[in-house]
Structures are given as C-alpha cells and as structure tokens.
Design a protein around this ligand. Structure first.
Ligand code: UDP
Length: 240
C-alpha cells in the first residue's frame, strides 16, 4: 500500500519488508529505482515536476526520517515505520552478502567509494563489490558503461537528491543493473568520514538533532521541517 505525503507516495513497509521487496525486485527484470525521501526531498519534489514524476515511478519509496512519519500521522494516514536509507542499505547487504549478487558504489568525493567498499566488505563478509566511481564526473555515459562492464546487480547512487534520482532515471537502463538505490550521503558514513548518531538518538528518532549539533550549518535545511509539518496540517484541514 502507498501513502501520499504531500505529493510523494510512500510504501507503508517496515525495514524487513522493504528488504524483502528489494530482494524480489532483484529477481525481476529491471531496472528498478529505490528512493528514500526525507521531508526536504518531499518539499523539493513539490517544486520540481520532473523529480516528482521520477519518484512516482519508483519501485520502492521508503520514508527516510521521522518528519515524514509525523506528516503522515498529521494527515491521518500513518505509516507503520521509519526506514532510513542507510539502515535499508545495510540490511539489504546483510542478505545479499555471499549470494554472488554484485554491488557497485557510485558517488561522493574521489576515494570515498573505495574506502566505503573496503569497510562494507569487512562488515558484510562475502559481499561482492564489483566496482566504484566517485560522484564528480562530467559525462554520464562512461559511468553507466563502467557499471555495465562490472556486471553490477545493485548500484548505490549517492549524488544527493534530486541529482541521484535524475541520474538513475536517465541512465539505469544503460547500466544493466536491476536495483538502483538513491542514498544521498551514505557513502561518507560507510567510509567512516561522517559519523552516525549514537543508537540512542536513532532509536528516539532524534538523529536529525545529533546531526544539527555536529553540523550547525544544517540549520537552514532543517528550518524547513516546521513548514513541512504545517503544510501537512493545512492539507488535513482542507481534507486532502
Ligand atoms: N555528491 C556527489 N556528486 C555531486 C554532488 C554531491 O557525489 O555532484 C555527493 C556528496 O559528496 C555527498 C552526497 O552526494 O556524499 C550528498 O550528501 P547529502 O548529505 O547532501 O545528501 P542527502 O542525504 O541530504 O541527499
């Protein structure tokens, strides 16, 4: 079931269900896009019809962030669980490690994807990383070719939103991969460059607060959250 939150239709799934769905998609002809929108991305989609169309066509749209959960609740159509992109990615890799499925990492500054590959292979023994590429390239074609030549099944595309979803929409077919997941800054976390909040913060849905304390410059981005929740309340009152 999909739940509309201010124009973006989210899959009402738990983390385990999301991983099961992704594993099924890996067995079907692709390509399939998995998106993990947070409130900022939903607001972005409201201003960018092309981006909204791409999200509407995604195979799996996961609620990344407690703000989406609050908005769904305010709208009177609650989502069962928050499924952060990075948790989804880790849980998926737990399942595919040792199966022969091949992962390609695309994005972030030069060197980061390789570092992430090494760390992911340690944390997920048996994981087959078939290639990496940084996220600062000029032409799409050679990157899509590199993914095809690496015979990737899964690609983590980490260019930030909406760039990564637009890149996937334009290039997924050329890569030959079945599952392409837009994961924002996750490679920086997997590489150990950016720390995730302690588990206690994650459990309470306060990861955003921890990130804000570490990176006060994010305040501008986060200030949009109250506006997002107000829009949800407004939509509810209008009976949308
Ligand atoms: N990035 C990239 N190519 C670009 C722009 C950004 O590879 O042209 C990377 C950037 O290095 C970072 C990630 O994309 O690793 C974006 O992280 P951010 O936290 O801004 O994304 P979000 O998770 O908020 O979408």
């Amino acid at each position: 079931m999909r739940v509309d939150v201010l124009g973006v239709a989210f899959d009402d799934v738990t983390l385990d269900e999301a991983v099961d769905r992704a594993l099924s998609l890996l067995e079907e002809d692709g390509p399939h896009l998995v998106a993990t929108p947070n409130p900022e991305i939903v607001q972005r989609a409201a201003q960018d019809p092309e981006f909204a169309r791409i999200l509407a066509g995604a195979s799996l749209v996961l609620p990344d962030g407690v703000g989406v959960i609050y908005a769904a609740k305010i709208l009177g159509r609650p989502l069962r669980a928050r499924v952060p992109g990075i948790d989804f990615a880790s849980a998926l890799l737990d399942q595919v490690a040792g199966t022969g499925k091949r992962l390609f990492l695309l994005g972030a500054a030069p060197g980061i994807a390789q570092q992430a590959a090494i760390r992911l292979q340690t944390s997920h023994p048996g994981l087959a990383v078939c290639g990496t590429h940084d996220g600062y390239f000029k032409e799409d074609g050679p990157v899509a070719d590199a993914i095809r030549e690496a015979r990737a099944d899964i690609v983590f595309v980490c260019l930030g939103a909406p760039k990564q979803e637009k890149w996937i929409a334009a290039n997924a077919a050329a890569t030959g991969a079945r599952l392409l997941v837009g994961l924002g800054g996750s490679l920086d976390v997997f590489a150990g460059k950016v720390e995730r909040a302690p588990e206690s913060f994650q459990r309470l849905g306060l990861e955003w607060l921890y990130r804000l304390a570490k990176q006060p410059s994010r305040i501008g981005r986060m200030a949009k959250l109250p506006l997002f929740l107000t829009s949800a309340a407004g939509a509810r009152l209008k009976g949308k």
